[in-house]
Design a protein around this ligand. Structure first.
Ligand code: MAN
Length: 349
């Protein structure tokens, strides 16, 4: 299917083998879903590294952080009747859910937006404490004034929620704790106030009544959130029928706040779409794309750790040019360019 994305010819920009694991005995399984920001005139990615141990025949391994903060590997025979392992990303063992990998975040920078490298002065950011026992994932970065707000998925046996840190220099971080409790993820803070309020998009989920929808919330300080409103739902029979979630911070355009979001169907196939919110009152959704603006089509999007996935939570805007960085097949980091006016033209009331 033809989409609106102009993929970088250099894709994939980063593969798991390009980054060293956090410690010996563990392997980088996937490199994915980078937050993106400008700092010191460079493009930076805050990339998710999902680590685990290579699979051995007849058993499944999954890592957890123990009470002392070290990674422990649990190994279970595949024929164990207490094991449910039908998704590459999660397993259920003795009634408890575990991830097959544990994620942390790494900082990489680039002068040209294509070649990225790590700098030892900016070390990795790891899950801390019992609410991040299964790791931290999929960080969005919003720049407000000279502060950067990092919203990320905090995963533990207590659930999946949204954590917040702030920084000015990427070396010292203020820990703001869990700002949205389980089950919640995909939180993107608007980069400017509207009136005297901060706004964010987020994605609470319900297994019973309700679903995986995009919500809007407001806050006096970008830390404490209230007045939640459900603004974007899944659409039966369409590419975004099972789940939808916000990408990076909404983009201010003349016509409204433009948000790039991911949607998945029941077969867990992830595409990207867009919607537009009113500039003064973002709870009003003015328009939404019918067809996806990006569909997995390339080999590196169709097969990998979890195939048929394009997922973005970071971008750079320069005039009409939108450069998104995205996770492909839950394994690689890639880049693509869009024209903002072309996306706006596809929006339907
Ligand atoms: C889903 C997937 C995984 C992720 C978990 C926890 O299962 O998005 O990649 O690790 O949720 O957030």
């Amino acid at each position: 299917m033809k989409d609106l994305a102009r993929r970088f010819p250099e894709n994939p920009l980063l593969l798991p083998k390009d980054i060293s694991p956090s410690h010996p005995g563990i392997q980088v399984i996937s490199l994915l879903n980078p937050g993106v920001f400008m700092f010191q005139n460079k493009v930076w990615l805050i990339v998710r590294l999902a680590e685990g141990v290579g699979q051995k025949e007849g058993v499944i391994n999954f890592p957890v952080l123990n009470a002392t903060g070290n990674t422990e590997i649990i190994e279970v025979p595949l024929n164990d009747p207490n094991l449910i392992a039908s998704d590459a990303r999660v397993v259920n063992y003795k009634g408890l859910d575990y991830l097959t990998t544990i994620s942390h975040l790494r900082l990489l920078s680039s002068d040209d937006g294509i070649h990225f490298k790590e700098d030892p002065e900016y070390p990795g950011i790891f899950g801390k404490g019992y609410l991040e026992r299964y790791g931290i994932e999929d960080c969005r970065v919003s720049q407000i004034g000279d502060s950067y707000y990092l919203t990320f998925t905090a995963v533990s046996d207590s659930g999946v929620g949204v954590g917040l840190k702030t920084t000015r220099d990427w070396r010292h971080f203020e820990e703001k704790g869990l700002i949205l409790p389980p089950h919640n993820k995909d939180c993107a803070i608007f980069e400017e106030k509207i009136g005297d309020k901060y706004y964010c998009l987020h994605r609470p989920s319900s297994k019973e009544i309700g679903g995986n929808y995009i919500w809007l919330a407001e806050s006096p300080d970008a830390e404490h959130w209230g007045r939640h409103e459900c603004i974007i739902k899944t659409r039966p029979g369409m590419w975004d029928s099972a789940r939808v979630g916000a990408g990076a911070a909404p983009i201010r355009t003349e016509r409204g706040w433009l948000e790039i979001y991911h949607g998945a169907n029941e077969a867990h196939q992830y595409c990207l779409g867009a919607f537009l919110m009113d500039l003064k009152d973002p709870s009003i959704v003015i328009a939404r794309t019918i067809d996806p603006i990006m569909v997995p089509t390339e080999v590196y999007e169709l097969s990998g750790f979890f195939g048929y996935v394009v997922f973005t939570n970071g971008h750079i805007v320069e005039g009409d040019d939108l450069t998104i960085y995205y996770g492909a097949a839950d394994e690689f980091v890639c880049g693509a360019k869009f024209s903002i006016s072309e996306i706006l033209d596809k929006l339907k009331i």
